[in-house]
Write a protein that binds this ligand. Structure first.
Ligand SMILES: Cc1ncc(COP(=O)(O)O)c(C=O)c1O
Length: 420
């Protein structure tokens, strides 16, 4: 057992915080004990720069097997020729994709952070908006992706790469429309499915496999694995030793060379093992049921919240998340996040399309159902959670009321323990 009492106390405090409240940040989840166990192992001690069978370090015979299993499981689950499971997380994975396919100052197009995209999709202060010439697309007034706008921007700016996927977008993404735009304008198409990869596995969102040139997913969101990321693609078997030209067939080699030696050193072998465990879990019928329930819960919650007068961006959700515009409730996103936090409901403040407020205190909040669904909650519980959300927002300045709500929620969560 851990001897560092100071850190141990905090680890237990975080466990209690999660157990006693409702985690509704849509990019978060609760991993299984098996995934957690894999993370805390001696695999963490081992250096293994390179790839299985081609390492710069000795003693890699065991971690080679771990990485091969993770790669094979990823390939099978998503139906791709090649999987790189080494990126330490989603942002470095996207960086590797840009590095593989672009030169500095090339033009990239991605969805603006302020409309639901991720920082790495071309935000000015991010590497993607600094080292590349970034053109950002937005949404229409209701918050739907505007494919016509993307097409006309692509015709005008001729990007080398179109980044698709999002971090706060509640609707289905039409990969085929994006492919047609990329083909028409000569761009690579990258699909960042970080948020929705678990839903794709469950058949709740169309897969970009066979449509996008490169696919990236983090492993810790709806996929319910450890923090990490994978880059998936089709093409010839990777040969990271040979400098490949930038052709479709060479994408696996381009990606592998970009991850190491391009950007990273040693892979995190404990993380790779935990990804392998999560991928095995994700290939079971139970996981498909789980993914379908995430979406059912999100729809049920959206319906209830609308009945309480909450204004949802796009009017609802097709996936695991929703963005609420709080303007009609006369409360800002930050105030909303704080009030809900005091009641034990963790969400995050978020901009809404064409937000008149700043991103430090935007108009909205973003919330979702992956973690609640992991705890076994269903449509019935979503009804109750909508009541609490409404209560907390209405009583944002009443500390006592919010504390009482937290107590009530903590009592309720005892019926839905964290995975163990
Ligand atoms: C769509 C998308 N891409 C990439 C990332 C980056 O992942 P990480 O935080 O693991 O770097 C995120 C994280 O929220 C994301 O939502």
């Amino acid at each position: 057992m851990m001897k560092d009492e100071e850190i141990k106390k905090l680890i237990l405090a975080e466990k209690k915080r999660q157990a006693d409240g409702l985690e509704m940040i849509p990019s978060e989840n609760h991993t299984s004990e098996d995934v957690l166990s894999a993370m805390g192992t001696r695999l963490s001690d081992k250096y293994s720069e390179g790839y299985p069978g081609m390492r710069y370090y000795g003693g890699c015979e065991v971690v080679d097997q771990v990485e091969n299993i993770a790669r094979e499981r990823a390939k099978k689950l998503f139906g791709v020729d090649h999987a790189n499971v080494q990126p330490h997380s989603g942002s470095p994975a996207n960086q590797a994709i840009y590095y593989a396919l672009l030169d500095p100052d090339d033009t990239v197009m991605g969805m603006s952070l302020f409309f639901g995209g991720h920082m790495t999709h071309g935000l000015r202060v991010n590497f993607s908006g600094t080292y590349y010439n970034s053109v950002q697309y937005t949404t229409d007034k209701e918050g739907y992706i505007d494919y016509n706008e993307i097409h006309s921007l692509a015709k005008e700016h001729k990007p080398k790469l179109i980044m698709s996927g999002a971090t706060a977008y509640p609707r289905t993404i039409d990969w085929k429309k994006l492919r047609a735009i990329a083909d028409d304008t000569g761009a690579w198409l990258v699909s960042d499915i970080s948020h929705i990869s678990g839903l794709i596995v469950a058949g709740e969102h169309p897969s970009p496999v066979g449509i996008a040139d490169v696919i990236m997913t983090t492993t810790h969101k709806t996929l319910r694995g450890p923090r990490g990321a994978m880059i998936l693609c089709n093409g010839e078997k990777s040969n990271p030793l040979k400098k490949p030209t930038r052709t479709k067939e060479n994408i696996p080699s381009l990606i592998d060379r970009a991850v190491i030696p391009g950007l990273q050193g040693g892979p995190h072998n404990h993380q790779t093992a935990a990804i392998a465990v999560a991928l095995k879990e994700a290939s079971t019928p139970e996981f498909k049921k789980y993914g379908k329930q995430i979406a059912k819960n999100a729809k049920a919650l959206a319906k209830e919240l609308k009945a309480y007068g909450f204004n949802l961006v796009t009017g609802g959700t097709d996936n695991h998340l929703m963005v609420i515009d709080l303007n009609n409730k006369f409360i800002s996103g930050k105030q909303g996040e704080d009030a809900l936090g005091k009641a034990g409901i963790t969400v995050n403040k978020n901009t809404v399309p064409f937000d008149p407020r700043s991103s430090f205190d935007p108009s909205g909040i973003r919330l979702g159902t992956p973690a609640l669904t992991t705890r076994g909650m269903k449509e019935k519980e979503m009804k109750q959670i909508a009541v609490w959300i409404d209560e907390a927002i209405k009583n944002k300045d009443d500390e006592k009321h919010l504390q009482n709500l937290h107590k009530e929620i903590t009592k309720f969560t005892k019926k839905f323990p964290l995975p163990s």
